[in-house]
Design a protein around this ligand. Structure first.
Ligand code: FAD
Length: 397
């Protein structure tokens, strides 16, 4: 196995967890990352139980719990009345070692893994190395990357593309990334303010309903994340302005509208998927392979699930199994991306943005009925915690 070279493009959560599981299985890996260091960007903040279970053996899950905020109970909350539909993940205690959502920045995971991989004898991470061209052939892949202004030619037996939504590898192969853009975009602010002092019965994760709109309010260790949709006719700069941001914050808490805005992020929401995750010696995972709305926090989690599944399939191939085994990786993870992650996140997107009063009332009644019925409540959380999608993945032949 030591003779077979594996290169991963992209040191995000998908690429790094894959590098970890391969190196731990005895596979030497090279990781190329265009950024100079692990980016501390404002992206995922929710780790689901199924992901923490996968990250437990290495100790990463426990280290993340130390750095984040476990949230066992989370809610939909009607702002005006204080009525709520509370989901309690304690009912998953027989299904997972982590019966809670962990609110923690994704860079905490990428920093932890990078530190461990840099000390790993089987892993080399090249930062500041941007992959520019990819030419696959029957036995491997020729690629070039730029590092410190030099163009470097590189060859590997397997190229694993974890280079995110704008994947250069995907573009180099000329693959279609079909799907759609959701009509409404989103803005997330990171605020230095204690919302618990303003809103009675606030929990760590709250989907807050006002009569005509929705906000999500999530607690991290020292900050809160506040997410909303800008007005449809608003351009990006005015939507991100202090004035617009503070206007939105004031609707939820007038006291918080003067809070320090530590960062702000505007993003367009896509739902896309490759028709095949495997193209000869090039295999895709994470955002390079599929995109979904962040509602419900499943993109990073599913990229980590891809990485685990890909390592499970690639390691036997590197040990001599027939490469056609990788087709099962594609079947499993493409099915989950389309039928579970996209379906559930699109449902969450639509639920959060519904503004018709009668439809909202129907959604609210459904949420109330769900939390009131122990069977439906657990069923809902098995989906949301991504435990069911992992079970389903493993049942796909
Ligand atoms: C505001 C926001 C909130 C989110 N919240 C959640 C959440 O709570 N839970 C959740 O599960 N998901 C969430 N997501 C989605 C999540 O952030 C992504 O799904 C996740 O980052 C995908 O990981 P990845 O490793 O596949 O790709 P990325 O994180 O995009 O990593 C790709 C890496 O590849 C590198 N790269 C790109 N091109 C090249 C190249 N040519 N050469 C070398 N390196 C290259 C990039 O620099 C990057 O480091 C959120 C997204 C946003 C925007």
């Amino acid at each position: 196995m030591g003779d077979c070279s594996v290169t991963i493009v992209g040191a995000g959560p998908s690429g790094l967890t894959l590098a970890w599981w391969l190196a731990e299985a005895g596979v030497p890996v090279t990781v190329l990352e265009q950024a100079e260091t692990v980016p501390e960007d404002m992206r995922a903040s929710t780790f689901h139980p199924a992901t923490l279970d996968l990250l437990a053996e290495s100790g990463f899950a426990q280290a993340l719990v130390q750095r984040g905020t476990p949230v066992q109970r989370w809610q939909y909350l009607i702002h005006a009345s204080g009525d709520s539909a509370i989901f309690d993940m304690g009912c998953l205690a027989d299904e997972t070692a982590f019966p809670f959502r962990l609110q923690c920045e994704q860079f905490q995971l990428t920093q932890l893994i990078t530190a461990r991989l840099q000390a790993h004898p089987l892993c080399r991470i090249a930062f500041g190395a941007r992959c520019d061209s990819v030419v696959p052939d029957r036995d491997g892949v020729a690629l070039s990357y730029t590092q410190s202004g030099q163009s470097i030619a590189h060859r590997c037996d397997w190229l694993l593309a974890a280079d995110g939504a704008h994947s250069v590898v995907r573009n180099q192969l000329g693959l279609e990334f079909s799907g759609e853009v959701f009509p409404k975009s989103s803005i997330t602010l990171v605020l230095d303010h204690d919302f618990e002092a303003d809103i009675p019965n606030l929990l760590g994760v709250n989907y807050v309903w006002l009569p005509d709109r929705h906000y999500s309010l999530m607690r991290l260790r020292d900050t809160w994340r506040f997410t909303f949709s800008p007005e449809p006719d608003q351009d990006r700069d005015s939507a991100l302005s202090d004035e617009a941001a503070r206007d939105h914050i004031a609707r939820v808490s007038p006291r918080a509208s003067g809070a320090a805005i530590l960062s702000r992020n505007f993003y367009t929401l896509h739902q896309r998927c490759l028709d095949n995750f495997c193209h000869g010696r090039v295999v895709f995972l994470g955002d390079a392979a599929h995109l979904n709305s962040p509602a419900g926090g499943m993109g990073m989690n599913s990229g980590i699930h891809d990485a685990h599944c890909l390592a499970e399939h690639l390691v036997p191939v590197l040990r001599g199994a027939d490469p056609s085994l990788l087709a099962r990786y594609d079947r499993r993870r493409q099915t989950i991306a389309r039928d579970e992650v996209q379906r559930l996140s699109a449902r969450n997107y639509a639920r959060h943005r519904e503004s018709r009063a009668d439809q909202r009332q129907a959604i609210w009644q459904d949420l109330q009925d769900t939390v009131a019925d122990p069977g439906r409540h657990k069923d809902y959380l098995m989906d949301a915690a991504m435990i069911r999608s992992r079970q389903r993945e493993q049942a796909i032949a």
